[in-house]
Ligand binder design. Sequence first.
Ligand code: ARG
Length: 259
Amino acid sequence: MNMKKIMSLVAASAFAVFALAGCGGDNGAGKAEAPKVLKVGSSIDFPPFEFQDEGQKEYQGFDMDLIRAIAKEMGRDVEIQNLGFDGLIPALQGKSIDLAISGMTINDERKANVRFSEPYYQSGLTMVVREDETAITRFADLKGKKVAVQIGTTSAAEVKKIDGVEITELNTPADCFMELKARGVDAVVNDRPVNDYFITKNAAKGVKTLEEKLTAEDYGIAINKDNEKLQNDVNAALKKLKENGEYDKIYAKWFGAKK
Ligand code: ARG
């Protein structure tokens, strides 16, 4: 082979490498590049998971930090839409959002309609009553009582299983707590960490949370049923964040160091 031939071969292969690098991203050859912006839905009414402080532009909370970190890991930007909790699964099915992170409990009923990531937070349901309440000390006492729950939640589903309870389904947990204080209901059933946050951070006067847990539940990120690739990518990013300590940092920011 003469020098000229070698030089042109080198040039050709360099060009080939260049061309491949330019079009592939991390998708591998031939596949369409995923859109840059990840469309996220959340019901921004669930501190410390998702909420908005007055006068603050950004949504904040554990879920918000986690999904931003996951998206960053995936090389995507996020656009977060505030939707009613009972509108999240329909929005996923209608593909107006790519995923939902909203303190959403993984269960079989939902799995019939959406995919879930690996669990990212262990939760469960507890009950809040007025400070002066003596008749209700456990879930079994709810018979004949009025209970407020957020519409479309596992709380709503679980309380419906208890006999003789009069349920009021409201749009947000804050609405439920207001109704409790206004004596429109006798108890609120809702996710434990949110109840605890409400009692401590919100300086909720005149109410208390009871110890008993009605259920143990795992939160997952919900994804459209057809989008197995996104499910895999989200799980890979979550795994990475758990391994590199980023998850623990976000956890500690909102809940203190893990016990
Ligand atoms: N974990 C409960 C459920 O999945 C309640 C979630 C409510 N989330 C919210 N952002 N309001 O039904």
